[in-house]
Design a protein around this ligand. Structure first.
Ligand SMILES: [Zn+2]
Length: 116
């Protein structure tokens, strides 16, 4: 992702409207690009800061830290989602393999006796 793209996606990040893939690329970019990270932090501070000042929250002073936590949590969620997808794929492969084996046994005269 280029800086222009990342900068254009900052408000989408803050508003939670990025898709999984976009979010992944966005996080990857801001983690390695200090300029875009600064920009993100500024927007985040404005957005979150205003909310917190309205609510008079005590932890509003530590917004840069909250952004780091937010990025980390969203990344973990992406990784978890990917792990689940991978497990589902493995399960699907097993189901298909079992199905093929069943078909082979039923119709192909395939027998374990021949292998064992
Ligand atoms: Zn950048």
């Amino acid at each position: 992702m280029k800086c222009e793209e990342a900068l254009a996606k900052i408000s989408a990040y803050i508003n939670h409207t990025l898709s999984g893939r976009e979010l992944e690329e966005f996080i990857d970019h801001v983690e390695h690009c200090p300029e875009c990270y600064d920009e993100l932090e500024t927007y985040y501070t404005i957005k979150v800061g205003i909310n917190y000042l309205e609510q008079d929250r005590q932890d509003a002073y530590n917004i840069p830290q909250m952004l780091k936590k937010d990025l980390r949590q969203r990344k973990e969620r992406l990784q978890r989602r990917r792990a689940i997808r991978w497990m589902l794929m493995v399960a699907a492969v097993f189901v298909v393999a079992a199905g093929l084996l069943w078909v082979a046994v039923q119709w192909g005269g395939f027998s374990f006796d021949r292998i064992l």
